[in-house]
Design a protein around this ligand. Structure first.
Ligand SMILES: *Cc1c(COP(=O)(O)O)cnc(C)c1O
Length: 415
C-alpha cells in the first residue's frame, strides 16, 4: 500500500487546520427540490426543518418549474439518458444544435458552443484563442474558473484593479506591443453583486483594439430589459466578442455552460477546446429542459420583472430596517457585518428563525469584509421577503447593529 502514514498524517493535519481556522465547509442536506421553501437537515442528523431559501442561484425560480421538469421528462423519453460520447464522435443530437441556436439568439451573438459547465468553458476559451504573443487583461476579482483558464493559457497576463477603468487603460497601453489583446471580466461579481462597467470597457476596447470576454453567469436570464445579461443592461449587445455563461444558475440551475460570441471563435472552440473534445456531452435531459427554459424566458419577461421588483423591495426594506448593505440593483444583496464570527452567528440565528442564509468571510471575501449574502429569487413571494425582513430585524436587534455604521459595528465586534 503506497498510502503511507506520512501522507495520511499530512492530509489529516491539513483538514484539522481548516477546522481550526474556521474555513472548513460543512454541507447541509436538502431533502426537497430546490425552491423558495426547502426542507433542510442541519446539523446533520437533526430532524429536517422547513426554511426559506435565500442562498440559491435560482434567480428566476426555474429550478423546479413544472414546465421545465416536464420538458426534462420528455427529453429523457425521446432522446434517452446518456450519450456515452463526446460531441464530435457521436454525442451531438438535434436538440444540442437547437439549444445552441436558441442561446445565440437570446444572447444576441453570432454562434454558441455548449460545455459541460461554465467552469469548463472558462478552462477552455483562453488557450483556444490566445497564445504567447497575446495579452490577457483581467479584472482582479474575476471568478476562480477564469483564474484557472488563464493558468492554462500561454498569453501574457495583466491584472487591473477591480472595475478601475483608468488602471485598465494603463494595462492596455502596457500591452500595446502584443499581437492580440483580450479584456476579461465577470459581468456581475458574485460577492458584491456589482456590474462590470461594460459601456466604458467597450469604449476602451475600441480605442485600443482589444477583444472583450465577459463571464455573465450571474446575469444571463435576468439582467437587462429582456434578461439577456449585463451587455443588455449596458446597451452593448453585439459588442462583446465572447460571453461565457452557465445553465447552472438562472437558466434552470441543472448544469452546463457555453461560449457564445464571434463565429470564428466558436468554430475554433469546436476544433480545439480541450474540455469540449475530451469530456462527455451535456446529457439530453438537461439540453431538452434548457431549451424549454429559453422558450419560457423569451416569450415573456414576467420572471425577470418579478425578480427586479422583489430585489428592489428587499433592498429598500432591509435598508429601512437599519442594515448596512452594498448598494446596487442586483439580486445579490450583501449585508455587511465586517466581523467573521458575527456573520456566522447571525446566519446561525437566522436559520433558527427559518431563514437560510450563509455568512461569508475570508478567504471568500477580503479580510474585514465579512457579510451575509442574501440572494433574491423570482420564486420568492412578498410574504417570503417580509418574513425575512422580520427575522433579520429581530436578529439585528439581538446583536445591536441596527442603524449602526461600519465603524460602529467594527468598534463593537472588531475585525
Ligand atoms: C457559477 C459561476 C461559474 C461556474 O459555472 P458552472 O456552470 O457551475 O461551472 C463560472 N463563472 C462565474 C462567474 C460563476 O458565477
Amino acid at each position: 500500500m503506497a498510502y503511507s502514514t506520512k501522507a495520511k498524517e499530512f492530509y489529516t493535519s491539513e483538514l484539522k487546520g481548516m477546522r481550526a481556522s474556521g474555513t472548513f465547509k460543512e454541507e447541509r442536506y436538502i431533502q426537497s427540490p430546490q425552491a423558495a421553501n426547502i426542507k433542510v437537515e442541519y446539523p446533520l442528523g437533526a430532524a429536517p426543518k422547513e426554511v426559506i431559501n435565500f442562498c440559491a442561484n435560482n434567480y428566476l425560480g426555474l429550478s423546479s418549474h413544472p414546465e421545465v421538469v416536464e420538458a426534462a421528462h420528455k427529453g429523457l423519453d425521446t432522446r434517452g439518458y446518456g450519450m456515452s460520447s463526446v460531441r464530435f464522435i457521436c454525442g451531438t443530437q438535434d436538440i444540442h444544435h437547437e439549444l445552441e441556436k436558441k442561446l445565440t439568439e437570446f444572447l444576441g451573438t453570432e454562434d454558441t458552443i455548449l460545455f459541460a459547465s461554465c467552469m469548463d468553458a472558462n478552462a477552455a476559451i483562453f488557450d483556444v484563442v490566445l497564445d504567447k504573443d497575446d495579452a490577457m487583461i483581467a479584472d482582479r476579482l474575476v471568478h476562480a474558473s477564469i483564474v484557472d483558464g488563464i493558468k492554462l493559457c500561454k498569453a501574457q497576463l495583466y491584472n487591473y484593479k477591480h472595475s478601475n477603468m483608468a488602471h485598465l487603460e494603463e494595462k492596455l497601453q502596457e500591452a500595446s506591443g502584443c499581437r492580440l489583446r483580450m479584456i476579461i471580466t465577470d459581468g456581475v461579481f458574485s460577492m458584491d453583486g456589482d456590474i462590470a462597467k461594460l459601456d466604458k470597457i467597450v469604449e476602451l476596447a475600441e480605442k485600443y483594439e482589444a477583444m472583450i470576454l465577459v463571464d455573465d453567469s450571474h446575469a444571463t436570464g435576468f439582467m437587462g430589459k429582456h434578461g439577456r445579461g449585463s451587455h443588455e443592461y449596458y446597451n452593448v449587445v453585439g459588442k462583446i466578442d465572447v460571453i461565457t455563461t452557465t445553465l447552472g444558475k438562472a437558466l434552470g440551475g441543472a448544469s452546463g455552460g457555453c461560449v457564445s460570441g464571434r463565429r470564428e471563435i466558436v468554430e475554433l472552440c469546436r476544433q480545439r477546446a480541450r474540455p469540449y473534445l475530451f469530456s462527455n456531452t451535456v446529457p439530453p435531459v438537461i439540453v431538452a429542459a434548457a431549451r424549454k427554459v429559453l422558450d419560457v424566458i423569451s416569450i415573456t419577461t414576467d420572471r425577470r420583472d418579478k425578480l427586479e421588483a422583489n430585489t428592489k423591495y428587499f433592498r429598500e426594506k432591509i435598508t429601512q430596517a437599519g442594515f448596512d448593505i452594498k448598494e446596487g440593483v442586483h439580486p445579490i444583496v450583501p449585508i455587511m457585518l465586517y466581523n467573521a464570527k458575527l456573520a456566522q452567528d447571525m446566519a446561525h440565528d437566522l436559520y433558527g428563525e427559518g431563514i437560510y442564509v450563509i455568512g461569508f468571510s475570508f478567504p471568500v471575501v477580503p479580510k474585514g469584509q465579512a457579510r451575509i449574502r442574501v440572494q433574491i429569487s423570482a420564486a420568492h413571494e412578498q410574504e417570503h421577503l417580509d418574513t425575512a425582513i422580520t427575522a433579520f430585524t429581530k436578529i439585528g436587534e439581538k446583536y445591536k447593529i441596527l442603524g449602526k455604521k461600519k465603524e460602529e459595528i467594527i468598534q463593537m465586534y472588531g475585525l
